[in-house]
Ligand binder design. Structure first.
Ligand code: NAD
Length: 370
């Protein structure tokens, strides 16, 4: 029998009453928990922390996944994000062959304005309360120095700075894995993985997008970028000598490759309708707004989609190395496997006439069910 066991645990002050009165979350009965093992709602009024930690599965090991700090419109948006992200981590670890489960955390707030050392420490206390079922790391809006603050309260944290014995920012390895996924996709689509003169649209030029540009530029790609952070976008455009496309225009242009490296759900009805590219391969998590629908739509449009949870696994491999005391070389070699895995998944999708997302998911589920 399959166990759907969701623990809603509250420490300090509960957010549940608030949620019920807003009628926005069916706290115990909602199907949105989708088989999650544990959801921890965290609120600490002394530090203004509002966070949610979701552990989707610990079947293959502790749920390891980054913590995202984002200025969500409301708590529902944050909850949906953490549930989708943690589920994705289960499949990411599985398909990558790591003995890890799936977990993820979100902190509600603007990382530029609301982040304090105390808030990070308070988050660390909540991570500690899960006793190792969840191990945290960086995601959007978080850095190795935040991991250092979290470390003061819990040992269940990776991606700490190198001087502390950690593996540092995982983003560069994530970007390397995405680059491998792009090359694997190119090989499958065009018969060779030479990216010279390929036009690539990188959406989101943060940590992953920024490093990805470097790899692609070395291969002679023509890069076009967009980011909602106008200042950062202009800085990257001039430092890395790449062109900018406006938000209004970005899905009206033609590209060889679209690399989503911002937040999720950019593969939705509207964007897919407009998209003119041959390959989608990027670092963002949860790129498909509706799994099982938008992946099929892309297949119908003959756009090759490299499953996000497969090709952005480099960062997870890197932080896993911190637990296993691997060296850098081993981490990079394992990340390079993403090239072959991408090709084998694309082949499977073609052979079985299923979407590439479905092909990747079945491989991940096969390992989980073994
Ligand atoms: P980051 O915060 O460094 O960068 C994200 C960038 O996206 C920021 O510059 C932000 O301004 C921009 N952005 C946000 N919304 C946007 C939009 N609508 N349009 C254009 N730009 C937008 O984060 P990151 O660590 O580079 O992560 C990027 C993505 O990759 C996220 O989805 C993250 O979950 C995923 N990911 C990251 C890692 C990692 O190692 N950092 C690993 C796996 C997956």
């Amino acid at each position: 029998a399959q166990h759907y066991f969701t623990t809603i645990k509250m420490i300090k002050i509960s957010t549940i009453n608030e949620a019920i009165s807003n009628n926005d979350v069916q706290v115990l009965d909602s199907s949105i928990y989708n088989g999650h093992e544990k959801i921890l709602f965290c609120k600490d009024t002394s530090t203004n922390l509002k966070a949610i930690i979701a552990v989707h599965s610990t079947k293959l090991g502790p749920g390891l996944g980054g913590c995202r700090m984002w200025d969500y419109k409301n708590q529902n948006e944050a909850l949906n994000d953490v549930l989708r992200l943690s589920r994705g981590m289960t499949y990411k670890a599985s398909i990558t062959g790591l003995n890890l489960g799936g977990g993820k955390a979100v902190i509600i707030g603007d990382s530029k304005k609301d982040k304090t050392k105390e808030l990070m420490e308070s988050f660390g206390e909540f991570v500690e309360s899960l006793g190792g079922k969840y191990i945290t790391a960086e995601d959007v809006g978080m850095s190795p120095s935040d991991m250092k603050d979290i470390r003061k309260k819990t040992s269940h944290v990776v991606g700490t700075p190198k001087e502390m014995g950690g593996s540092g920012d995982p983003s560069i390895v994530t970007a390397y894995g995405v680059y491998m996924g792009i090359k694997g996709s190119a090989k499958f689509r065009w018969g060779n993985d030479n990216l010279q003169n390929k036009k690539v649209f990188v959406q989101g030029v943060g940590k992953v997008g920024g490093f990805l540009i470097d790899y692609l530029k070395k291969d002679g790609c023509e890069i076009i970028i967009n980011d909602i952070d106008i200042e950062k976008m202009s800085e990257i455009a001039s430092n890395k000598n790449v062109n900018i496309v406006s938000e209004n225009e970005m899905f009206n242009k033609s590209y060889d490759i679209y690399a989503p490296c911002a937040l999720g759900a950019t593969l939705n009805d509207e964007n897919i309708e407009a998209l003119k590219c041959e390959i989608i391969a990027g670092g963002a998590n949860n790129q498909l707004e509706k799994e099982g629908f938008h992946d099929v739509l892309l297949k119908k449009k003959n756009i090759l989609y490299a499953p996000d949870f497969l090709i952005n696994a480099g960062g997870l491999i890197n932080v896993y190395s911190e637990l296993k005391k691997w060296d850098k070389e081993k981490t990079l070699r394992m990340t390079e496997n993403i090239y072959d895995t991408t090709i084998s998944i694309l082949k499977r999708s073609e052979k079985e006439d299923i979407s590439t997302h479905k092909a990747a998911l079945s491989i991940a589920k096969e390992r989980l069910n073994k």
